[in-house]
Design a binder for this molecule. Structure first.
Ligand code: SAH
Ligand code: SF4
Ligand code: F3S
Length: 435
């Protein structure tokens, strides 16, 4: 009889894909089946995030709850980025945890499950040419990790300490993965990495020379691939070649994530981001010029150590000039192992909250104007999700979430929709095509 696996995934899309790899290994090699019911699981996994302090607290509250409610004899494993940076300290705080498996050690999951108190958190471990089995949480969404780790070492960021140095996955593995996804019926590929447009910088063994633009072109030649999305690209590597491939390849979805972090050049230097306010604006405005329909999303950190009121105003200024379609904004959170956590000039919590509120309110005003302009527009929507309120939702080519009345027969299809009730989070519309 098969054993039951419950897995909870926190953090970013790379963690979602790592969880799919873990599930594939455990299904193929250890005869596990997924369950949504933690109480009946033989193995409970939590795939963790460390990027800010909050998700780390969440790990300990969640495993505590698992321990209380789990079936007798069930094992608990902690995987992912917090596993990488806390390692066996996790056993001290939560002695009932059975194993700890770091974010860069996913292929060792079967050993972890079978070895009491197993710990493996080596951030130099190289599993970039490991061919994982196939498992997808959704038939329509095909995440593909194209690189592991990050070489950038921004001074606030823990990721290089949890996922190690950057290494690209060999092209042949990526092409195979994409072909498998399309043969299952997926029409969209979603490429993932901390710094995707630096793809090809380093492979673990000798490899043909290929960069991110080449990778996009090669993937778009695969039969059945209708759309390609990716995250996160780094603004520093947005050279003209990249922006032109992005604009001119008709299969690349016209939405770009451009993580700003700060609009002030001095703060950017202290963050070690490698670009200036002017470079960022130049790239964003060039992108808008090349692709008038593009939607641009961003990540912003407010109250980085030493950020003054006037430096924060530069971030507000970039917000006005770029008019992002989506903003993910965070208060700076000091992280262990990072240089910025040691900076002496930490910003007062109250000031940080005020800045965050101001940024978010102004973004919402801009967003309301952007959203109102979508009324009456016709979008090609790739439907991929049933919504709780009876609708079906999907993404427009430029990444708006669009929802219509309908049922599961829409899933996996790309259909024309006219927007008639645009809201901040979702554009409601009517289907213009019969299926
Ligand atoms: N590789 C991506 C970022 C991945 S982390 C990039 O370079 O953009 C996702 C986001 O979390 C970051 O863009 C940043 O905005 C935020 N973040 C990372 N470390 C943080 C910290 N210490 N405090 C607050 N936000 C942080
Ligand atoms: Fe972190 Fe910077 Fe790397 Fe992004 S580029 S993962 S923010 S170190
Ligand atoms: Fe979190 Fe690790 Fe992703 S820290 S954001 S899960 S890379």
């Amino acid at each position: 009889m098969s054993k039951k696996l419950f897995i909870q995934t926190l953090g970013c899309a790379m963690n979602v894909r790592d969880s799919e790899h873990i599930i594939a290994e455990l299904k193929d090699k250890e005869n596990y089946e997924l369950t949504q019911n933690m109480g009946e699981a033989d193995l409970i996994l939590i795939n963790t995030c460390s990027v800010r302090e909050k998700p780390v607290h969440k790990l300990f509250s969640e495993v505590g709850a698992f321990e209380k409610a789990k079936k007798k004899g069930a094992k608990i494993g902690v995987c992912g980025c917090t596993a990488s940076h806390l390692g066996d300290e996790i056993f001290k705080k939560a002695p009932y945890v059975d194993f700890v498996l770091g974010a860069r050690n996913v292929s060792k999951i079967t050993t972890a499950v079978n070895t009491p108190k197993f710990v493996s958190t080596d951030i130099n471990y190289d599993e970039s040419d490991y061919a994982f089995g196939e498992f997808r949480g959704s038939a329509f969404k095909s995440y593909i990790n194209i690189s592991i780790g990050c070489d950038k070492k921004c001074t606030y960021c823990i990721v290089p300490h949890t996922r190690g140095d950057e290494i690209s996955i060999p092209l042949n593995l990526l092409l195979n993965e994409a072909k498998k996804a399309t043969s299952r019926g997926a029409k969209e590929l979603f490429l993932l990495g901390q710094n995707v447009n630096n793809y090809g910088k380093r492979f673990s063994s000798s490899h043909e020379k290929v960069d991110f633009s080449d990778l996009l072109n090669r993937l778009s030649e695969i039969e059945g691939v209708e759309r390609i999305r990716f995250t996160s690209p780094h603004p520093l590597h947005m050279d003209d070649k990249f922006l032109e491939v992005f604009a001119n390849n008709p299969k690349i979805c016209k939405s770009m994530h451009m993580p700003l972090q700060s609009g002030n050049t001095k703060v950017l230097r202290e963050m070690k981001r490698g670009y200036t306010k002017e470079w960022f604006l130049n790239r964003a405005l060039k992108l808008r010029e090349l692709c008038p329909d593009v939607s641009i999303s961003t990540d912003i950190i407010v109250a980085f150590p030493g950020e003054s009121d006037s430096e924060f105003e530069d971030t507000m200024d970039v917000l006005e000039k770029v008019r992002f379609e989506q903003v993910f904004s965070f208060k700076y959170s000091p992280r262990p192992l990072t240089p910025a956590a040691e900076f002496k000039n930490q910003v007062d919590e109250k000031v940080a909250s005020e800045r965050l509120t101001r940024l978010q309110s102004r973004h919402n005003e801009i967003l309301d104007e952007i959203v109102a302009k979508q009324n009456g527009k016709i979008f090609d929507v790739y439907f991929e999700e049933l919504r709780a309120n009876g609708g079906v939702a999907g993404r427009s080519f430029n990444n708006f979430l669009v929802q219509v009345q309908g049922s599961e027969e829409l899933l996996g299809k790309t259909l024309k929709v006219r927007v008639n009730n645009p809201k901040r989070m979702v554009l409601y519309g009517e289907l213009l095509e019969k299926i």
